[in-house]
Design a protein around this ligand. Sequence first.
Ligand code: AMP
Length: 303
Amino acid sequence: VKIARTFAEARVHGPGLVGLVPTMGFLHEGHLSHVHAARAAGDATVMMSLFVNPLQFGPGEDLDRYPRDFDRDTALAEEAGVDVLFAPPVEEMFPTPPDTRVEVGGPASALEARSRPGHFGGVATVVTKLLAGLRPDRAYFGRKDAQQLAVVRRMVADLSFPVEIVGGPIIRHADGVALSSRNTFLSAGDRIAAAGLYRGLMAAADAVGAGERQGRALEARVRAELIGKPGVHVDYVELASADRVERLVELDRPAFLAVAARVGAVRLIDNVHFDPVDGDPGGGFVADRGIVLDTVSVLEVVG
Ligand code: AMP
C-alpha cells in the first residue's frame, strides 16, 4: 500500500477508475467491506482516506480519545488490498482554519443533528475536500451511518459532484452489535446491553415481514429491548425516509429505522434499512439486516 500524506501524492496513481473509502481509521471489517465492494465494482485504484476529522466532533465529544493506531490500520489496509492510503496530517487538510463550510439542510437537520449540532456540516465539509482533492469516480459509505449516507447523496446531487456514491450494508459482530471503532470502549457488560439495539431492530424487521407498517409500532419494538436496561439511555428511535430523513408515520417508501443510545460510556447508533419489493402487488418490504461476521472481528484481536 502506498502511503500518501498530501492530496498531490495521493493523486499519482495508475489509469482506470478510482474508488475512495473515507474513514476515520481504527479499521474494522465494516471499513474493509467497502474496499472489497470497490474491487468488485472494478475500480482500478482503491484509495482509503484515514483522517479523524475535528470538524465533525462537538465540544465535549470524544475527539481526544478517538482510537488511533496508524501501524495497525496500515497493515489491515494492505491486507485488504488498498492501493493508496491517504493519511493527511491536520495541516494538509486545514493549512489555515477554513473560511468555507458546506452546510446541508434537509436530511442533515433531523435525528443525529438534534444531539450533535454542527456534526453534518463538519462531515459535509471534509467529504467535499476529499472528493475535490482526490477526484474519485466512486465513493463508498456504510449504511451504518444511514443519515450520513443520505446527507452525502444530497450534497453530491445538489452540488453536481461528478462522483457516484455507493452505500454498503452494516457489518456486525457475531452477537449482532454493529462494528464500530468506538466498540473498543465497551465493557463486557456493555456489550451484552449493546446487543439489545440489534435485537430490537431485528424484532422490528420481523414485524415488517409480518405486515406491520406503523412507524410508532416499529419504534416501540426497538424501545422494548432497551427500556430499563442498566447503563442504557435511549437518545432516539425513529423510522425515517431514506432520502429526506423525514419521520414516517407509516412505512410506505425506502426508509430506515434508526436508534441512538448511550451504552456505558459510548454513544451507539444502528439501524435497519427497508426497501419496497419491486412490483410486489402485496406491498412487501425487504429488510437489509446487515451482515453478521462468523469470525472474531479484528476489533477484538488484542495485540
Ligand atoms: P468511520 O471511520 O466510523 O467514520 O466510518 C467510515 C465509513 O465506514 C463510513 O462510511 C461508515 O458508515 C462506514 N462504516 C462504519 N462502520 C461500519 C459497519 N459496521 N458496517 C459498514 N460500514 C461501516
